[in-house]
Design a protein around this ligand. Sequence first.
Ligand code: CO
Length: 284
Amino acid sequence: MTVADGYRAVTLFVAGQPTSDGAGVKLTRVIGTPELGQLDPFLLLDEFRSDRPQDYIGGFPDHPHRGFETVTYMLAGRMRHRDSTGHEGVIEAGGVQWMTAGRGVIHSEMPEQEDGLLWGFQLWLNLPAAEKMKAPSYQEFADVAEEALDGGGTVRVIAGKTGRGTEGPVGGITTDPLYLDVTLPAGASFEEAIPAAANAFVYVYDGGLAVGGGNPLSRGILGVLGEGERVGARAGADGARFLLLAARPLGEPVARGGPFVMNTREEVQQAFRDFGDGSFLQAD
Ligand code: CO
């Protein structure tokens, strides 16, 4: 499992940072921090996980997005989504909502529960310049594809296709993302092909995982993966649960301003103007 064999090694270990967003929702930000501002085309990764209602009950009231995609994947609990066009639904445990904000969405994301565990992830995936102002759209699935591994464990496939042929329900994304949620029992190994051109990372959200024969990642640690064509990993004594993501980088300038991610500062300022004067949701 060495770099010489084409296996990717962890080139950067990043600890998520506790923060809050929305109306006081406590979460751990893993991408989108001073330590890891982005990993093209991944702009942000948040993990929210609490069984204390006061940590999540405020939710994320109405706010806009433009220029990228928000991907919400739930492990436990229920989140209600509602947008300015009347689109509404509940994302439940095991389900995913892949929202292409495009030129603009104003939405709320609120817990559909008053107690119990709320656990999930929100990922922001950048759009290429040519798609930043396209019409908003959704891909929503109550369940994703699941694959059993020979040595025990399961792979849930949200987007992309595994080397064993299991294909996730989300498709048609320009950066060809692979989004896997992997569960391994103690000591089990995992292997997956990753295109050499893709940027990739693993985020361990339970247990421990050694990638490419290197030092193990523990819960709450993201490992940026270096060059190579495959990922090889082995779970520690407590097993491992982790996200594996890969996507083709855009290589375009990134200008961020709060909920807007464009290519230039002028485009971000335009987004704030459009939001301020009410023209945000109108088609060109
Ligand atoms: Co949002």
